[in-house]
Design a protein around this ligand. Structure first.
Ligand code: PLP
Length: 361
């Protein structure tokens, strides 16, 4: 029963997932659930299944194996452009994959043939975010024509990814171009595409505020299901009832007292080789917690639940917080609670050192 601990509230996550699913479906969009951000934690998979999600997606095959083991009836989608070296596993495990490379399609077709399976592909168009996908329109159409002709592949549809690398906002122009691509490809292949996949959590504001182009019929939702705080705070897109407290990280105080805020002595770089600025606020009350970058990736991606607690910094295994302004009196051995952003969720859910506690309320 040690710390740090991750409390998981599956009912809260199920409620988020239901609200998001209903919002999408009302707009003619089928949401699929992205499970990589929470490391395919089984209890969260169950919550998403209960909320009606029937396609689980990840960039890691291992997580898709986990999902299939628990829910054999659910479709699995590989999100990362597959490595040539993993096509054998991919065809075995994933029903659908996102693709952008002609050579991968060719090899994937061969592998699917070898395994006597039909593998479904969604082809990725890069609309300016500059991660995966074909940037050039005509090359993209050629890729679609190629996929359509390969006998062991089924061209399920097309999609795009925005925001992740280039920070580009999904809007009527870029997603409109994807919808138009779908129409052009449909006219060239002489049939409808089943899926036009218009991005991730970052496409939700467009949907919520209106302006999602006609034709987009799928979103791949990860972050918003479990930690919707960015959607609410950065994107000004609150949805009634969404909660950021489905996951709470707890860490224990191992040292407490007053210290100066300005380090003493000649300064170089910190544990991670970065030059850091320190603000001299005199002596303040602070606590040292047994939680570090190894557990959460980035201390700025934690949200203290006590508004009087401020995060000062972290090294691999220590977190330093200012508690001077807190209304609570903390003691050695007390525990502080934190909400998570995406990055800290990614680390905390994957860590063996953080015990997971499931709370059914
Ligand atoms: C991770 C990922 C998503 C999900 O993104 P969220 O921001 O968590 O909603 C969707 N599509 C692709 C291709 C991804 O890699």
């Amino acid at each position: 029963m040690g710390y740090p601990r991750l409390l998981i509230y599956p009912q809260k996550i199920r409620k988020n997932a239901m609200i998001l699913r209903e919002t999408c479906i009302r707009a003619g969009i089928e949401p699929v659930a992205v499970i990589k951000g929470f490391n395919a934690q089984p209890v969260i998979l169950q919550a998403l299944f209960d909320a009606g999600y029937r396609c689980f997606c990840s960039s890691r095959l291992k997580q898709l194996v986990e999902a299939k083991k628990l829910f054999p009836e659910v479709q699995s989608m590989m999100l990362r452009i597959p490595m040539l070296s993993e096509l054998g596993e991919l065809v075995k495990i994933a029903d659908i994959s996102l693709n952008s490379e002609p050579a991968v399609l060719e090899a994937l077709n061969k592998e699917a043939g070898r395994q006597k399976r039909k593998h479904q592909v969604i082809l990725m168009r890069d609309l300016g975010d500059l991660r995966e996908g074909q940037l050039d329109r005509e090359s993209f159409y050629q890729l679609a024509l190629q996929a359509e002709k390969l006998p062991n592949l089924h061209l399920l549809g097309i999609g795009t990814n925005l925001t992740c690398y280039g920070s580009i906002i999904p809007g009527p122009e870029n997603l409109g171009e994807l919808a138009e691509d779908a129409l052009r490809i449909e006219s060239r292949i002489g049939r409808k595409l089943e899926v036009v996949s218009g991005g991730s959590t970052s496409s939700l504001p467009l949907l919520i505020h209106g302006g999602m182009p006609k034709g987009i019929n799928q979103l791949r939702l990860g972050e918003a299901l479990t930690v919707p705080c960015d959607l609410i705070d950065y994107w000004q897109s609150p949805l009634e009832g969404l909660s950021n407290t489905g996951l709470i990280l707890q860490a224990e105080i191992i040292e407490i007292g007053e210290k100066p805020t300005m380090p003493i002595g000649k300064k170089a770089r910190n544990a991670f080789g970065s030059e850091t600025l320190y603000e001299d606020l005199g002596c303040r009350k602070r606590a040292l917690l047994a939680l570090g970058v190894a557990d959460i990736g980035d201390e700025s991606k934690l949200i203290p639940m006590d508004p009087g607690v401020r995060i000062l910094g972290a090294s691999s295994d220590h977190l330093i917080v200012d508690i001077q302004d807190s209304k609570n009196i903390y003691h050695l051995g007390d525990v502080l609670d934190f909400q998570l952003h995406y990055k800290s969720m990614l680390f905390a859910t994957a860590s063996d050192e953080i015990e997971k506690f499931i709370i059914q309320e």
